[in-house]
Design a protein around this ligand. Structure first.
Ligand code: ADP
Ligand code: CIR
Length: 344
């Protein structure tokens, strides 16, 4: 492979840090799963509007291609190479009292973590057989859960179009990967090996073999953030008894996209803030202060509808899971205060 042609349209951190010199040092390297620098950067080269533009094929990619990943991780997470990751999944450490305001402005709350199995490559480098094996291991483990977490696994292959469209519209199911995931190799052999597990009330869900092998999700209507976090942490520890997740002390939980490393957690609310949406400067000032990201309500790269936004933590690495949720909670309380002031 030769050095890619970057235009001024290429805005990703990958395009910023992949100099010709770094490229030359990486171009002949390969991980044990055969992942190369060409595979790492393909999504960002083909999609100039990528923000990050790089994916890992296995945990080894983060070491083999560290000359590229380290500066990306450092800039995105403000996390230096000698820092170590902190984990805290104890809901008692979260200060998130409920209130009428939270329930009034928050339409729904969702917290997810990404996880991958220690013994398999990540999605961008996994083979069809390995992906099917992951599906089997994870769905069997899920099917043995009981109580509030007990539910059913639904493979996407064989699901009716009507059912899958309804689940996507209701924010429960993922769609086939967009052009970013497609060029990262994450849509190969779609929809085989992919599926969703959920309990009866759809408050506990696990996506299998999307961007990560597991996306463990706790969600419900309204603004009881602590209840959602507590359900999630219980589920994580039950699953940890049944499988080993890919983890290292420096980068935390290993994920295919470097933005998810560490806690791999995104804690979000769908919040109705029509006045703030007309005052983006105030909106942005508050979200920046609390390290939050604003997304549309149909997921990443989507638009807001009816003044409802998806607000979530941006920090994931070098901060604990409790801190991720605390960032979101504190920011949301301040957003609601500002929204109320603007409505007077
Ligand atoms: P991820 O959270 O896995 O990084 P997305 O941003 O694509 O990915 O969101 C996945 C789905 O979850 C989308 O359908 C999105 O609308 C839904 N979602 C995210 N946050 C919430 C929330 N607080 N309430 C309801 N649905 C949500
Ligand atoms: C980009 O670089 O913009 C896309 N590859 C998405 C990056 C954000 N990460 C993610 O959704 N996991």
């Amino acid at each position: 492979m030769t050095y890619p042609t970057f235009t001024k349209e290429h805005k990703s951190l990958m395009a910023k840090y992949l100099t010709k010199d770094i490229f030359d040092q990486l171009k002949d390297k390969k991980t044990q799963n055969g992942f190369t620098i060409e595979d790492v950067i393909n999504s960002g080269v083909k999609n100039p509007d990528s923000g990050i533009g790089a994916y890992a094929g296995d945990s080894e990619s983060y070491k083999t291609f560290a000359l590229l990943f380290d500066p990306i991780i450092e800039e995105y997470h403000h996390f230096a190479q000698d820092d170590t990751h902190q984990s805290d999944l104890n809901p008692d450490h979260l200060n998130a009292p409920t209130s009428d305001d939270l329930d009034k402005y928050i339409v729904s709350t969702r917290i997810r973590v990404g996880r991958n199995l220690a013994d398999f490559p990540l999605g961008p480098a996994i083979s069809d057989e390995q992906r099917d094996a992951v599906e089997k291991i994870v769905s069997n483990a899920l099917n043995s859960l009981d109580g509030d977490l007990s539910g059913t696994y639904y493979p996407i292959d064989g699901m009716s179009k009507k059912d899958s469209e309804q689940l996507i519209e209701d924010h429960f199911l993922f769609k086939a990967g967009d052009r970013f995931l497609e060029t990262a190799g994450l849509n190969r052999n779609w929809p085989m090996g992919r599926g969703i597990y959920h309990n009866k009330d759809k408050t506990f869900l696990v996506w299998i073999n999307e961007e990560d092998q597991l996306r463990i999700i706790s969600m419900q209507k309204g603004g009881n953030i602590k209840e959602v976090f507590t359900r999630l942490t219980t589920a994580i520890s039950k699953l940890e008894e049944k499988m080993e997740f890919s983890f290292n002390k420096h980068l935390g939980y290993i994920t295919s996209c470097p933005t998810n490393l560490g806690t791999a957690m995104r804690a979000s609310v769908h919040i109705k803030v029509p006045n703030l949406s007309k005052n983006m400067e105030i909106f942005k000032r508050i979200t920046d202060k609390h390290h939050l990201q604003i997304r549309g309500i149909d997921g990443e790269h989507s638009q807001s509808k009816g003044g409802i936004y998806d607000i979530s933590n941006k920090r994931r690495l070098g901060v604990s899971e409790v801190q991720c949720v605390q960032d979101m909670y504190d920011g949301v309380v301040e957003l609601i205060k500002a929204e109320k002031e603007l409505s007077i």
